[in-house]
Design a protein around this ligand. Structure first.
Ligand code: BES
Ligand code: MN
Ligand code: ZN
Length: 510
């Protein structure tokens, strides 16, 4: 099966005899066994490991020549058995892919550690292996004039692996399904990464809406794009206010997926799930202008919308028994003679008046109208919004974790569980009603901005007024992890596609 441009096959043959440029083994710290290695190779490996001080610590690798002298061997450390999570397996596989690229190995054979990890199902093991490997091969090289051009972003360019053969897992229905699932999740992540990496002069609301439209080819999917005139008609005053200062006008994209009605499939209750994404294609801050350094990466401020779109693409590919709605709130936050000014009062779609005391708190404005639109039109059973909403969330949790905020504890738990199965880091942040005082305005129903401290929470409290009271709604602040500024085995440098895997797991396990 081809997964994002890389050929993946399961093989029942002996790994030590595989025809490959690189053979990969995994080792657990404190465990002498190396699965898949015959006795002569195992002996050689333990010898090499001892000589070079390799103890299979997490993240450590060892490269040496195969006894035959024709292929390279790679040993990847997984660390101690107790610490091996889905996320770590994925990172270990990503590390192997990066080594393979560095060694210019085109054909890679690998043996995931299975027997030693009784806590993992075979299908989770396979998914972690595939996802880690393929995602590590991702490149955004469309603007490099030296590239051969027009190629898919994954596995483009020289020196990148083309084929992965996975040994030690027997073909089965379950594993076929796991492969299809990985393939869909990876495709979704690639969609999100490509969108986040795209510069803002190339990707603006209209262009992003155009790309979202291409999902509409499936008969189960309808795509609706609202332009400036329809947005006026819909009274989306908050979304329009943000876009006012830009020559690129706002869009709201509504993608609806309806499952095929199959007789006898009403066993479980069919749910309606809404995923809403912040799609600010560039955030200059508006008149509350950002500084040079904080504006630098603001082409990534549509990372929430990219994640929900990528997840939607994966769900459509895999099929779901639930109805899924995806809403992208798209605008560019700029300055001009007509732009939103600090102190302006605007009226959101639900009639709430907002005194805009900071034009840089624009994400909550575009989301306000999107949340009201979808909850009023579709009355979903559950709503998740995903947004690069606050620097405060990044201060609190760092760049590898996203914040989860909800009045609905069970829903928050459900999201955290999906995230840990998907190998992504989410962490709960508090919803403290007490802080709502910070949003009191003397001339309008609300301010859009509270104090600096606790900024992730006040942003979420602001949003809570645009979904029905007591509804199952959660806000996911992904400002930290959607973008990586350092090269990392799994995430690379640039857009990460963070959120896609968790959202897909959330929808599929409902
Ligand atoms: N897009 C930013 C949030 C952000 C910050 C994302 C850093 C990624 C990295 C958002 O629109 C913003 O500017 N938020 C302000 C809110 C403040 C004015 C209340 C912030 O966090 O500074
Ligand atoms: Mn902003
Ligand atoms: Zn923003």
């Amino acid at each position: 099966m081809r997964v994002a441009g890389i050929d993946i096959t399961l093989s029942s043959s002996d790994l030590a005899a595989a025809t490959a440029d690189l053979i990969v083994f995994f080792a657990i710290e404190g465990d002498r066994r190396i699965e898949g290695a015959d006795s002569s190779l195992a002996k050689r490996m333990t010898g090499e490991a001892k000589r070079r001080g390799f103890r299979a610590e997490y993240g450590k690798t060892l490269v040496f020549e195969h006894v035959s002298g024709k292929t390279d061997c790679l040993l990847v450390g997984l660390g101690r058995r107790e610490g091996v999570t889905f996320e770590r397996l994925r990172i270990a596989s990503a590390t192997a892919a990066r080594q393979a690229a560095a060694l210019r190995a085109k054909r890679v054979a690998m043996r995931p550690v299975g027997a030693a990890l009784e806590t993992f199902d075979k299908d989770a093991l396979l998914r972690a292996t595939i996802e880690g490997f393929v995602l590590a091969c991702y490149r955004f090289d469309k603007y490099l004039s030296r590239s051969t051009g027009g190629r898919k972003s994954v596995s483009g360019g020289a020196g990148r692996p083309e084929r992965l053969t996975i040994h030690g897992l027997k073909k089965s229905k379950v594993l076929d399904a796991a492969m299809r699932r990985s393939s869909a999740v990876v495709d979704g992540i690639v969609i999100a990464r490509d969108l986040v990496n795209e510069p803002a002069n190339m990707l603006y609301p209209e262009e992003m809406a155009k790309r979202a439209r291409s999902l509409g080819k499936s008969p189960q999917v309808t795509v609706k794009v609202l332009g400036p005139r329809e947005l006026e008609r819909q009274k989306m005053g908050a979304l329009l206010a943000v876009a006012r200062g830009s020559d690129r006008s706002a869009r709201l994209v509504h993608i609806a997926y309806k499952p095929k009605s199959v007789a006898g499939s009403t066993r479980r209750k069919r749910r309606k799930i809404a995923l809403v994404g912040k799609g600010v294609t560039f955030d200059s801050g508006g008149y509350d202008l950002k500084s040079t350094s904080t504006m630098a990466d603001m082409k990534t401020d549509m990372g929430g919308a990219a994640a929900v779109l990528g997840a939607m693409a994966a769900v459509v590919q895999l099929g779901s028994e639930h109805e899924v709605h995806c809403v992208l709130a798209l605008a560019e936050n700029m300055v001009s003679g007509d732009a939103l000014k600090p102190g302006d009062v605007i009226t959101a779609r639900n009639g709430r008046t907002i005194e805009v005391n900071n034009t840089d708190a624009e994400g909550r404005l575009v989301l306000a109208d999107a949340l009201d639109y979808i909850t009023e039109k579709e009355n979903p059973d559950v709503v998740l919004d995903v947004a690069t909403l606050t620097g405060a969330c990044v201060i609190a949790l760092g760049t590898r974790l996203a914040g989860v905020m909800s009045f609905d504890r069970k829903l928050a738990e459900e999201i955290l569980a999906a995230a840990s199965r998907a190998g992504e880091g989410f962490w709960p942040l508090p919803m403290v009603e007490e802080y709502s005082k910070q949003l009191e305005s003397s001339i309008a129903d609300t301010l859009n901005t509270g104090e600096r401290y606790g900024g992730a929470t006040t942003a979420a409290l602001f949003l809570s007024h645009f979904v029905p009271q007591g509804s199952a709604w959660a806000h996911l602040d992904v400002a930290g992890p959607v973008f990586s500024s350092q090269a990392d085995p799994l995430w690379g440098k640039g857009g990460t596609g963070f959120g896609v895997a968790t959202l897909v797991d959330f929808v599929l396990s409902r």
